[in-house]
Design a binder for this molecule. Structure first.
Ligand SMILES: Nc1ncnc2c1ncn2[C@@H]1O[C@H](COP(=O)(O)OP(=O)(O)OP(=O)(O)O)[C@@H](O)[C@H]1O
Ligand SMILES: [Mg+2]
Length: 233
């Protein structure tokens, strides 16, 4: 479904991602892990088109992705960025409406609002409040809700557990599994909670200094524990 071929990119003149290739098959959850600053978020930004590629190619469902985020979103890829940026000044409900902007026919999408509120009753209670007044964890829920509205074919998630308390982390991971199992969403997930994410992912890529240091079956990588060395060196 997604093929990244020999991607090179960076900021200004500084090369950050150095010849990264990565595949994701339809229906898979692939975990992208690595130390702070390894380049995980940079790869996601490059896929969604906000950061231009220097060289290499990103192919989605057989066609090359250009660097126009709105076109990429229309092709069925959404991203929940690191720190779940929601629109602070807008209400919870308005945020969900923004998520539905890509659909010409809004009617079927309306039913999904109900589904989001059922999953997260707290969002229903606070639907008329501005999203900026939600806690970090509640904003993550809203960001997940926005993904549920969009139902992309491929969802890019950047550290969805960031800032969540243990109970919410569990809920967020459960929600991610649901998005995959119930709605068939393919997911590329960046996570610092390595053990937890490897338990429910199919495959993983371990990034070190902008290169793929290790890749394989998630469970195997977890059991063998080699990834720990990569984090430490
Ligand atoms: N906007 C930017 N301008 C310049 N350098 C940047 C920018 N964003 C990131 N970098 C640099 O690129 C490198 C990779 O950053 P990136 O955010 O991709 O790392 P990461 O793997 O997501 O790390 P973390 O786990 O801390 O989120 C780092 O050295 C970082 O300092
Ligand atoms: Mg990051």
């Amino acid at each position: 479904m997604l093929e990244i071929r020999h991607l090179k990119t960076g900021y200004g003149k500084k090369l950050i991602i150095d010849d990264v290739s990565l595949d994701l098959c339809e229906g898979e959850i692939v975990a992208l892990i690595g130390h702070n600053g390894a380049g995980k978020s940079t790869i996601l930004k490059s896929i969604i088109g906000v950061l231009p590629k220097w060289s290499g190619e990103i192919v989605f469902e057989g066609n090359t992705l250009d660097s126009r985020p709105h076109q990429i979103v229309r092709r069925g890829i959404s991203m929940i960025p690191q720190g779940s940026q929601v629109f602070d000044e807008m209400t919870v409900q308005e945020n969900l409406e923004v998520a539905s902007f890509i659909f010409k026919d809004k009617k079927p999408v309306r039913q999904r609002f109900e589904e989001v509120y059922r999953q997260f009753p707290l969002l229903r209670e606070r639907r008329k409040q501005s999203a900026g007044k939600l806690s970090g964890g509640e904003q993550q829920m809203l960001a997940l809700g926005m993904a549920l509205i969009q139902r992309p074919k491929l969802l890019l998630m950047d550290e969805p557990s960031l800032g969540l308390s243990p109970a919410y982390v569990k809920q967020a991971f459960q929600m991610i599994k649901d998005l995959n199992e119930r709605y068939g969403m393919s997911i590329l997930i960046v996570e610092q909670k390595v053990k937890e994410v490897l338990k429910f992912s199919n495959r993983t890529y371990v990034l070190r200094l902008g290169k793929v240091a290790l890749t394989g079956d998630a469970r195997e990588v977890l059991d063998k524990g080699e990834y720990k060395k990569i984090f430490l060196t």
